[in-house]
Ligand binder design. Sequence first.
Ligand code: SF4
Length: 323
Amino acid sequence: MIQSIEQLCDLVELSPDDLPIAFDTDFPFKVPKHFANQIEKGNPNDPLLKQILPGLAENEIYPGFSPDPVGDLAANPHPSLIHKYHGRALLIASPRCDIHCRYCFRRHFPYEQAKQQHWQAALESIAQDPSIKEVILSGGDPMSLSENALIALINDIEAIPHVDTLRIHSRTPIVAPHKANRPQLLKTLQQSRLQKVLVVHCNHANELTSESAELMQQFRQSDVLLLNQTVLLKDINDSANALIALSKKLFSQGILPYYCHLLDKVSGAGHFEIKNAQAWAIFEQMRQTLPGYLVPRFVEEIAGEPYKTLLTDPSSQGIKPTT
Ligand code: SF4
């Protein structure tokens, strides 16, 4: 783990004096060494660096941006459970992440309330609702739990008869693959009666390495379906070329592109936003270039809506695209 911004600057051969760094942010800087090692040395505009370096732009106020942009708190029957969508419930498995992404939509979420002792209440709530078929482990990052704690949680979920699918949302396999390489967890997943999905979070082709490829192979051998979600971020991956390269590299590691999220309007992240018209133009170019299975769904999450909203052509007044 990189301990400080100064240590990161040393590693990437940049001077902190030349960068617009916010040292006094309430969402602390955090990055694993593996991710930092993929940053191009001497490049202040590196797309990975921009995702993790706290910038002065975070202090700017943008209209429409708020601490809880997707309505998590209103859909929060227990401190660890978010039940927004039919058939699925999301369990906050851990308040921690191995990395702090500056655009994180939960950067203001009251994680301290989502402690392990609340799991029991959340699991009981799931057990009492037979409409819940899929449990999503999210966070924070579930892989920041110890291997034993994560296995115990999976076993508890498996014991609920009406649950048939386990989905794990994690950025750890990309940003710190060695940490997600857990033999007992892989074995548990392989032996589980549940259908298993791992949704990783990767925004740029440069994040994918030989280590992530090796790990993905192990998850595949454990009968886990691999999907990716990306966040569309200004000056990081806001071009068709960047996202086409990402889709191709994901596929080479056995991962299918699932979602490309428009930025959730969380306070402190306004400088990452791109307009819907630009997002649509990128989507169109991707559709013209790639087979359909390599084109992610471009979506936005609107608080209170019963499912994610597909991006539409801003010039066609609401006709939904097909993929
Ligand atoms: S890994 Fe996900 S939850 Fe954690 S800081 Fe990044 S975006 Fe937020």
